[in-house]
Design a protein. Structure first.
Length: 142
């Protein structure tokens, strides 16, 4: 039986607006746009857009992204990582394709990956998260 992957509908976008701060873990099957401040872990099957006023600090897994604002941390991208004019990243990128516009600032490392490597990296991350949760539960039981 084939695996059916759901595709986000047009206009299904989660948004963190300018003036909004979010700290924690965000997981979505839809696109995400950040124009405010985000600190934590972000995982989306859709596209991530960090607007000009947006700032993200943390770890990201996404299908594709366009960075107009700033990102500090680690990002794993299934398809294309796009760093736009005046966008900035400080950290590590793993992606299939990369696009950096003139004026974009990249401080860090980039590893080119294929689809299988993306799956391996994201599956390992999920396993590590589960192990952390289980160890915290065991500590709480003691």
């Amino acid at each position: 039986m084939s695996k059916v992957e759901s595709i986000p509908q047009v206009n299904e976008v989660n948004r963190i607006s300018s003036g909004t701060e979010f700290r924690g873990v965000l997981s979505s099957s839809c696109d995400i746009r950040i124009d405010g401040y985000f600190n934590g872990e972000l995982n989306t099957a859709g596209k991530l857009v960090i607007g000009e006023s947006g700032q993200l600090i943390g770890d990201v897994i996404c299908r594709s992204c366009d960075i107009w604002g700033s990102l500090e941390g680690k990002i794993t991208v299934r398809e294309t990582f796009g760093l736009k004019k005046n966008g900035a990243i400080k950290g590590n990128v793993a992606c299939q394709r990369i696009s950096i516009e003139d004026g974009g600032t990249f401080n860090g490392s980039c590893k080119m990956i294929d689809e299988k490597t993306f799956e391996d990296l994201t599956n390992n991350k999920k396993e590590q998260e589960q192990e952390t949760v289980f160890s915290e539960i065991k500590k709480a039981e003691i």
